[in-house]
Design a protein around this ligand. Structure first.
Ligand code: AHM
Ligand code: MG
Length: 340
């Protein structure tokens, strides 16, 4: 039986980390991460009931990306906003589900952080009971007073203070980094607490898996096609072939590769030049985690965290995971372009 006196809760862990690395910390970031964890618990509870009550289905709304929004997306978005908007810790929010910057409601104080999130990523997986996730990024505000502005959320990923995700899978896990390692916590549903289960996650330099939607193969550049053929085993002098794993749920695909090693690719293609994934809500937070775990993340050429965002919903190709595997993709793309 679990000895509950020995377990480390998320709250305790974050507090200890802040005390260890930022002796002058006010505790605000700790509380902010805890607010997100609370939102995630509420979302997790609702997802758990998804098969029981009649809440699966398509809401009338179409989101700003022109994609079908499901009811749980709406719930997750509202839940996170409500968990954050009244605390005095946040000056503005940006959500994949909202076209514009999300302001702090009148009457509440604006705080020192901007929070960006994809409230329920991979939501098309819900009706087949596959894992989905919440992805978040936290930036220090750069505007000087009052409500936050676009300037606060359009910061390059290298300037983030913290990032993480929650995966709603066979268990619910929150994985976060505030720049000092990547740490995972599993929700114990009997006590409603996230407990430390994966301290200091480190991604192996090369991995067993590659994850990509190969149905798009014919639309990729020759460089991306060559790199993926390398993962099939067609480039044995440079690379051992890998196993394919693709769920179609970014959080689940990245989570697996973060822990076991591997590479996830969502390239641009002839139809969608910048691919599908959003820089601010998906790629930056995942890149922040990948690097903190010893891995890498690029768009095939440049480091994701160095991209200076120009718009709230901008997309970027993504190559993320084990450092040597990400390098391999970049090298093959560069060599192919140079010889064209
Ligand atoms: P969403 O934000 O609309 O849920 O879409 C993002 C999801 C990611 O979780 C996943 O990696 C990707 O879409 C899968 O796309 P595809 O079906 O084109 O392979
Ligand atoms: Mg998404």
């Amino acid at each position: 039986m679990l000895n509950r006196t020995l377990v480390t809760t998320l709250e305790r862990f974050i507090l200890d980390q802040e005390a260890a690395f930022h002796s002058d910390a006010s505790g605000e970031l700790t509380n902010l991460l805890y607010d997100i964890a609370l939102g995630a618990k509420l979302i997790a509870a609702q997802i758990r009931r998804a098969g029981l009550v009649d809440i699966i289905g398509t809401a009338a709304a179409i989101n700003v990306q022109g994609e079908e929004q499901q009811k749980l997306d709406v719930f997750a978005n509202e839940t996170l906003k409500n968990a954050l908007n009244h605390t005095g810790r946040v000056c503005a929010m940006a959500s994949e589900e909202d076209e514009e910057l999300v302001p702090i409601p009148d009457g509440y104080p604006a705080g020192r952080y901007a929070v960006l999130f994809d409230p329920l990523d991979g939501s098309s997986n819900i009706d087949v009971n596959a894992p989905v996730g919440t992805i978040f990024a936290i930036a220090r505000r750069v505007s000087t007073s009052g409500q936050g502005t676009l300037q606060d959320v359009l910061q390059p990923g290298r300037d983030l203070v913290a990032a993480g995700y929650v995966i709603y899978g066979s268990s619910v896990m929150m994985v976060y980094s505030a720049g000092h390692g990547v740490h995972g916590f599993t929700l114990d549903p009997t006590i409603g607490e996230f407990l430390l289960s994966h301290a200091s996650i480190t991604t192996p330099a090369t991995g067993k898996y590659y994850s990509v939607n190969e149905s798009n193969f014919g639309r990729w550049s020759l460089g991306v096609q060559r790199a993926v053929r390398g993962f099939h085993g067609d480039d044995p002098t440079r690379l051992k072939g890998k196993n394919s794993r693709y769920i179609g749920s970014l959080v689940a695909d990245v989570h697996r590769n973060l822990i076991t090693g591997g590479v996830f690719i969502y390239p641009g293609d002839s139809k969608n030049r910048d691919g599908k994934l959003r820089l601010l809500y998906e790629c930056n937070p995942m890149a922040f985690l990948a690097e903190a775990a010893g891995g890498k993340a690029t768009d095939g050429r440049r480091r994701i965290l160095d991209i200076v965002p120009s718009g709230l919903h901008q997309r970027t190709p993504l190559v993320i995971g084990s450092a040597a595997d990400v390098d391999y993709v970049g090298e093959v793309i560069a060599e192919t372009e140079a010889s064209a």
